[in-house]
Design a protein around this ligand. Structure first.
Ligand SMILES: *Cc1c(COP(=O)(O)O)cnc(C)c1O
Length: 454
């Protein structure tokens, strides 16, 4: 099936010359975050806030009610969160990280431990800044890029139980599942795993929260891969996922296809009430939370749109299409292909570049120079953390180039350009040299670092 939409508005893009690209990336400190978008031809930096909104979402933008208190958009958002996610209370926030910060400030204390499948980078940083420690409990198969498994985002229940026994349930304020598992390659979590985690958590009276940015993509994989879900609508599966949780933090810049927006969904009124004063102090009044009224409309409409079975099938097909093209060219990618992005195994692509010289980020730079395509390196530059006891820097297990695909934005021909560019880099991979840091802040350094070729 072709795209279940037609295109009504277009935005011109342009490919600058190779010489210009070489100059631009040098001026950007060999960091793709330093590029201006006019110098990028196909932008796969992120699928966050970069999707194309529908005519219905744009209509909501015009209809937006900008009242400070009690705007119509908030009522629409409440309705959408109740219908689509199944939560009674909604805390609006300007994006996902603001939503999670509001939640974590209330529930995380110094010395707390939070089991995750894997935390997203801002989520990890936020918990650490509050004195908590996120712990990966993802199943080991998540670290094997070539291992085919339908649900590589699952929590390993043995690891989870061992962690609870080791630190004690009183030090665990909640368990969090990221669906899909962004940091682990956009891999899904099975419904059976969501259910089992909830059961373990209930034994110890620990709440479960979902980091829900791609809950609809996750539901699609459940529909396609998990027994008993083939004939269920995406909408029904999405709701069932949340029934095994006590709440969610949600970046609405992902599956709901809004350009900005986030929220917390909850059923616990007491927790909701505790968040409200922080919401007012940090984001804005409780019915707009740092968003314009029009943005609330776009988010509310997007929440319904993300439940469209055909739209989701088409989106995932395009991501798979890019993955298949790379796979056929012999380029190692994380398999199966995740929901929102293709993750290229940069360590396998550039085996001669040691992790200290950032193969993932090097590959991102090379792809930009080759074809004007912007992906992002997710490896030692982004995810190295000092060991708590020894202070020794521990690099992550994988070096990945992420090619994140915005929803409804690019065609398969754009994907062909991406694949061809990467194939050309692959042919000359032996000549590619790594990068080293000139300047970088101590945390979240991949966003701000300036690098130079080795
Ligand atoms: C994007 C994202 C966030 C943070 O949301 P923002 O809207 O970018 O602030 C949190 N968790 C996951 C899994 C994400 O993908």
């Amino acid at each position: 099936m072709a795209e279940p939409f037609r295109i009504k508005v277009v935005e011109p893009i342009r490919l600058i010359s190779r010489e210009e690209r070489q100059r631009k990336i040098r001026e950007a400190g060999y960091n793709v975050f330093g590029l201006v978008s006019d110098d990028v031809y196909i932008d796969l930096l992120t699928d966050s806030g970069t999707s194309a909104m529908s005519d219905n979402q744009w209509a909501g933008i015009i209809l937006g009610d900008e009242s400070y208190a009690g705007c119509r958009g908030f009522s629409h958002l409440e309705g959408a969160v109740r219908d689509v996610l199944g939560f009674n209370y909604v805390v609006p926030a300007h994006q996902g990280r603001a939503a999670e910060r509001l939640l974590f400030q209330v529930v995380v204390k110094k010395g707390d431990v939070i089991p995750f499948n894997m935390p997203f980078d801002t989520t990890d940083a936020c918990i650490r800044s509050l004195g908590g420690r996120p712990v990966n409990c993802v199943a080991d198969i998540a670290y094997e890029p070539q291992a085919i498994d339908p649900f590589k985002g699952n929590i390993d229940l043995v690891k989870l139980r061992a962690l609870i026994t080791e630190v004690g349930a009183q030090r665990i304020p909640f368990i969090m599942l990221t669906i899909t598992n962004n940091a682990g390659g956009g891999q899904p979590v099975a419904m059976s795993n969501l259910k089992a985690v909830k059961e373990v958590a209930s034994e110890y009276n620990i709440p479960v929260f979902i980091d829900a940015a791609r809950c609809a993509e996750n539901a699609y994989f459940i529909q396609q891969r998990e027994g008993g879900y083939q004939n269920k609508a995406l909408a029904e599966i999405i709701r069932e996922q949340f029934s095994y949780s006590d709440g969610c933090a949600f970046s609405c810049k992902k599956d709901p296809m809004a350009n900005i927006g986030g929220l917390i969904g909850l059923n616990d009124e007491e927790l909701y009430q505790k968040i409200l004063p922080l919401l007012i102090a940090q984001e804005g009044f409780i019915t707009y939370g740092g968003l314009a009224g029009r943005d609330l409309e776009a988010v509310a409409r997007g929440l319904y749109e993300m439940t469209d079975d055909d739209l989701m099938a088409n989106r995932i097909r395009q991501v798979e299409y890019l993955g298949e093209r790379l796979d056929k060219a012999g380029i190692q990618i994380i398999k199966p292909v995740g929901g929102h992005a293709v993750f290229v195994d940069a360590a396998a692509f550039l085996p001669h570049i040691p992790q200290d010289y950032f193969p993932a980020d090097t590959l991102a730079v090379e792809l930009y120079v080759e074809s004007g395509v912007r992906g992002v390196g997710l490896g030692a530059l982004a995810f190295s953390i000092p060991d708590e006891e020894t202070g020794e820097i521990i690099p992550p297990k994988m070096e990945l180039l992420r090619l994140a695909i915005p929803r409804r934005v690019y065609t398969d021909r754009h994907m062909d350009v991406v694949a061809e560019g990467l194939k050309r880099v692959y042919e000359r991979r032996n000549q590619v040299r790594g990068l080293r840091i000139m300047h970088a802040p101590p945390v979240l350094r991949h966003f701000l670092a300036r690098l130079e070729p080795v």
